[in-house]
Write a protein that binds this ligand. Structure first.
Ligand code: GLA
Length: 332
């Protein structure tokens, strides 16, 4: 490993932990980068209901443990992701043996059991949990998403998830996590939800701004406004899934970074640079910044939303070398 390259998390040690989402593959293939530049990790998939609790009586902790143990060995912080989400969750959670929808009472019972087993199992290891992920609707006039969790259980699902997670591990900080929280309409809805939870005494400790950005849309100014607004509720703010796609629309396709026009690279660079200026300026309010991946060779944005398309959204390139963004972010 090149000694002339500073460690990202070392450079940011007086600001906030720097995290990366990792999976069973990258915990091995990206171990060197992780050990040098990151002091926090989030299992990208292995704590999600579908993988950790695939059947009513079956929990699979083995795979998640490979990631968690790597973090513990390397003295990294661990974020838990996630307990209540409408995706990557098996159908049986919401149905009875006959395939009919269950009622609220049974749903809450299942949720309680899940939280007891998963949060309980990792008690003392996971310092922050994304308790609820993406509950708020993107549709105008609709508050919570129209998905089984909230159709059956309403807001009580959210309240109980926080209450039970706190009962089981009072030391872990509990987050509401979502995308587009930088934009006015979703920011307002999230603010309303969190305010209500706080007023009821529900133990929510933070909000996770995912920050899956594109080159247009969300701006660093939007981010700053959201950080201030959420902090005013007396909760922590974290960036939980940061990456910036290199594309403007779904018709574009660059097969290698060399094919990406310079103005694009520049735009992505500017956005990252300005976002980090905002984050540093608000370091008293920010308790973590996590990227959704480590290097450009493995990113969830490959093939999404366009099949067969490569993306280049992170700080390290496909050969694990720091990109210009990296240098911009560490030179301040
Ligand atoms: C959302 C989820 C993450 C991940 C990404 C895409 O942001 O919170 O867990 O699934 O989508 O990979």
């Amino acid at each position: 490993m090149n000694k002339d390259i500073p460690s990202l998390c070392e450079v940011y040690k007086d600001y906030f932990p720097i995290g990366a989402a990792i999976n069973l593959k990258t915990v091995v293939t990206h171990a060197d980068l992780l050990k040098k530049h990151f002091n926090s990790i989030t299992p990208e998939n292995h704590l999600k209901w579908g993988l950790i609790h695939p059947l009513p009586d079956k929990y699979n902790f083995e795979d998640a443990n490979k990631i968690i143990n790597f973090a513990i060995e390397n003295k990294m912080k661990i974020r838990g992701h996630t307990l209540v989400w409408h995706i990557q969750i098996p159908d049986w959670v919401f149905k009875d043996e006959k395939g009919n929808w269950i009622d609220k009472e049974i749903l809450l019972k299942r949720l309680h059991q899940h939280i007891e087993n998963v949060v309980g199992y990792y008690k003392g290891k996971i310092y922050a949990w994304d308790v609820v992920n993406e509950a708020i609707s993107d549709k105008e006039g609709e508050f919570l998403r129209d998905v089984p969790w909230y159709r059956i259980g309403g807001e009580e699902v959210i309240e109980k998830a926080f209450i039970w997670a706190h009962e089981i591990d009072p030391d872990t900080v509990l987050f509401y996590n979502d995308y587009n929280l930088e934009l006015p309409s979703k920011r307002e809805k999230a603010y309303t939800l969190i305010k209500k939870l706080k007023e009821k005494g529900v133990p929510i400790g933070g909000v996770g701004i995912q920050a899956h950005w594109g080159l247009k849309g969300i701006t660093p100014e939007d981010l700053e406004e959201s950080i201030k607004k959420f902090s005013s509720l007396g909760i922590q703010v974290q960036i939980t899934e940061f990456d910036i796609s290199i594309y403007l629309d779904n018709n574009e396709k660059f097969n290698s970074i060399e094919e990406v026009p310079e103005e694009r690279i520049q735009k992505q660079l500017e956005l990252y640079k300005k976002a980090f200026e905002v984050l540093r300026r608000n370091k008293e309010l920010i308790t973590g910044v996590t990227f959704w991946g480590v290097a450009d060779d493995v990113t969830w944005l490959d093939n999404f939303p366009v099949k067969g398309r490569k993306n280049f959204p992170l700080l390290f390139d496909i050969h694990h070398k720091p990109k210009r963004i990296f240098w911009e972010i560490i030179n301040f």
